[in-house]
Ligand binder design. Structure first.
Ligand SMILES: [Zn+2]
Length: 192
């Protein structure tokens, strides 16, 4: 979806027309159907955090304006909501797996269609290159890290790392109602 119009002046017919088009599009990404169609409000105040009905979202977008960097940081939820909407009978776990499978190609397409996408996002969206310079050690913010193979030759150990990641957690393989939570991961560095 072309979102270059987000930065156009708000008091114009063109802006109003585009807001209407956005609302049409967003209604396909329905979050809840309990009180009519409700969508995430991407205005400068709600920052996609509030789920409101369409007329409230219209008012916010016309009076307050669109979140400036909306084009870059809401994509994760947008595809997830879309997959959910298209497959309403499927479990949350099925939706998540489907989302993960389709994310890269969908993300690339979004970036290609968005002239305002940053250079970094364009790099990430394009295919990865496999020829890279490797090192056996690296200093990050004053901490020295080594690869496992280099540590094997030394009494000092600088190859262990931990990462706290927020992701969907499943209690068992059959769990159909996963929850979002953070979990620490521990491992060692193989390549730098
Ligand atoms: Zn709002």
């Amino acid at each position: 979806m072309d979102r270059s119009w987000i930065n156009t002046p708000r008091i114009s017919d063109a802006y109003e027309k585009e807001v209407e088009e956005f609302l049409q599009f967003a209604q396909h990404n329905v979050v809840s159907n309990h009180n009519g169609v409700r969508i995430r409000c991407p205005c400068v105040n709600c920052l996609n955090g509030r789920i409101l009905n369409v007329s409230e979202v219209r008012e916010h977008l016309l009076c307050d304006g669109f979140l400036k960097n909306y084009t870059t940081w809401t994509w994760y939820d947008e595809l997830l909501d879309f997959v959910k909407y298209k497959n309403r009978r499927q479990s949350k776990k099925w939706v998540l797996i489907e989302h993960n499978k389709t994310f890269m190609s969908w993300f690339k397409q979004q970036i290609m269609n968005d002239p305002s996408a940053s250079e970094t996002l364009t790099w990430i969206a394009n295919d990865l290159k496999f020829d890279v310079l490797c090192c056996s050690g690296y200093e990050v913010n004053g901490c020295l890290f080594y690869t496992k193979s280099r540590d094997d030759r030394s009494t000092m150990q600088n190859s262990r790392v931990t990462l706290e990641a927020e992701s969907m957690q499943f209690s068992t393989a059959k769990d159909q109602n996963p929850v979002v939570g953070s979990m620490p991961y521990y491992d060692f560095i193989v390549e730098i």
